[in-house]
Design a protein around this ligand. Structure first.
Ligand SMILES: Nc1nc2nc(S)n(CCO)c2c(=O)[nH]1
Length: 158
């Protein structure tokens, strides 16, 4: 049995519903079992900042799918929930990013694992710490207090 971590995000309303639908579709897949679900975080957009805030979360699954089969499944769910890839970094109804697949390093045209940006994204690391804190203390270049202060700054900005 393989273990994988997936990051989810949405910044087009109804954001929460898109997250719930994506998780439901993963849960319904006969080769995927959802083992842990993080909390849901409202986060300011990073990268392309001229867009709505996101709702982000992460899940841990067990699966018999290969990494590329899991990617196909995630992209099918994104497509079924109306994901348009007009602007690369633009708004999206739902985003499903595979972060880790076992402890494998994978470098293909379609998929790089571990996800190359996960170590610099508070919107990924904070949900992951909900799920499996010991897994991420070793990955965080910024210390946890920096990440938390970044998140609380967002809270204060309101
Ligand atoms: N806070 C936040 N900013 C983001 N920028 C991009 S692109 N994305 C899409 C994920 O790559 C996000 C996101 O999910 N959350």
């Amino acid at each position: 049995m393989n273990q994988a971590y997936i990051a989810l995000g949405s910044n087009i309303e109804p954001r929460l519903e898109y997250l719930q639908l994506a998780i439901q579709r993963l849960k319904e897949h006969r080769s995927i079992q959802i083992k842990k679900v993080s909390g849901i975080y409202e986060t300011a957009p990073v990268g392309f900042t001229d867009q709505n805030d996101f709702l982000n979360m992460a899940i841990r699954i067990e699966t018999t799918l290969s990494p590329l089969e899991l990617l196909d499944t995630c992209q099918e769910i994104e497509h079924s929930l109306g994901r348009k890839r007009e602007i690369k970094w633009g708004p999206r109804t739902i985003d499903l990013d595979i972060l880790l697949y076992n402890q494998e390093n994978i470098e293909t045209e379609r998929l790089t694992l571990p996800h190359p940006s996960m170590h610099e994204r508070a919107f990924v690391l904070m949900p992951l710490m909900d799920i499996n804190h010991h897994l991420y203390l070793s990955h965080i270049e910024k210390d946890v207090s920096t990440l938390i202060s970044e998140m609380s700054l967002k809270e204060k900005e309101g």
